[in-house]
Ligand binder design. Sequence first.
Ligand code: BES
Ligand code: ZN
Ligand code: MN
Length: 499
Amino acid sequence: MEYGTKAGIPSKTRTQCIVVGIYEDNQLSPTAKLLDKASKGHIRKVLRRGDIQGKANQTLLLHDVPNVNSPRVLLVGLGNIDTADDHRFASVTMAAISQIKKISAKNTLCCLLEAEVGEKDLAWKTTCMVERFEAGLYSFTDMKGKPPESTPAIESIDFQLADKADQDEVSAAITQAKALTIGIAAAKDVANTPANICTPAYLATAAIQLGKDYDSITTTILEEKDMEKLGMGAFLSVSLGSDEPAKLIIMQHKGAKPRAKPHVIVGKGVTFDSGGISLKPGGTMYEMIYDMCGAASVLGTMKAIAEQQLPMNVVGVIAAAENMPSGKASRPGDIVKTMSGQTVEILNTDAEGRLLLCDALTYVEKFNPVTVIDIATLTGACLIALGTHATGLFSNADEVANNLINAGNNTLDRVWRLPIWEEYQTQIKSAFADMQNVGGRDAGSITAACFLARYTKKYRWAHLDIAGTAYKWAGLNKGATGRPVTLLTQYLNDRANEN
Ligand code: BES
Ligand code: ZN
Ligand code: MN
């Protein structure tokens, strides 16, 4: 899909569809006023009939509006102008794209940049629209027997500028947002690929491909024998029961001087989580193909920042393994030694994410990182605590946490911070080992984060629990959300702009 800008007279623009906003009580947006004038009152006449009231997310498709070149005008409700905010604008944008999709308009002139959105500037509105439009048009068809019937393709959407002087700001935002959506789509594709295809080796291949596609990225794969040498006993214990060898995948994006310290992102890549010997109940076990969404978000974010040519060094790490039961699998009660030297009593083989991550988090010390963020579908308890709207955030550094909170609020890919106080650490004390891998039912997401905190003392770190936000399982509408690629990309861009 191509995005561009136009600054002509909307009624004269040659396009298949014009999208214009209407506020509540049928208050016209500036472009709606222009079209009304050109059509000698046609828009107001339609509004008086009452088919649309300008409530948020309402839409009405008009045909052959007099003296308007475009054969279609899509009215979209923007709601009450006085309470207009970013959330509403985002949902209005979604409503608009689903209509554009229905009519398969080859090209569209979108006149929503003039909409009131609280304090938000043109760049924000542009990014918001590109992101929502691409999300609305995304579908995962790789697994269909034959390619889907080709509907007439939507080729381009142009944003109408109120002032030609805005061109540079909007065009720059389009370029950045396009890069972001390429990353989001890549994350969704990988995440949606089922576990019989998306194995640890598949994730490694995807990372190697990223290194081939972008000059800025170098990919390295650590095999099981390499991890043995490093003493990653916890990591390796996870895939003992699987026929798929584990991989530690490292992607280095070099956008700044070689000596500049990198930001590091680490993703949980459990390509299937059966629970292992602590087998999960069968009912919804299939959801666990999504237990590599953290890994997918790392791949997607690396792709987005490579597309953006972000002038910063970033290391993306994926801890990939499959958690299966077998005669070789680790047992509840086993004790393993981590790369850090600390030992772990595995009381539940289904708490495997933290076993992978603890060794990956020790490994990344070698990069001397500015910050480390891990991303994981770590606990069902996080879904219980925060639902599907907010990602759980845990951090040992207030500044890092606040930077993530700000990036989330700004992009609407939001996070909510939970504590990792010392008091919770008592729940994972072990009689024989240095810690155990589960802390009981209480505060399950927090004790998981407290476990990771024991491996991240040497740097500023945050943990994102995306169990509730990374995917939705909703019948034919199921799928990966691409979260938190937007959050991470914004966070990294903000850091690059700080310098
Ligand atoms: N991958 C799961 C967490 C999960 C559950 C993500 C549901 C998304 C939806 C994780 O490996 C797991 O099994 N966690 C256990 C931890 C428990 C054994 C302490 C859980 O949440 O039940
Ligand atoms: Zn898991
Ligand atoms: Mn598990």
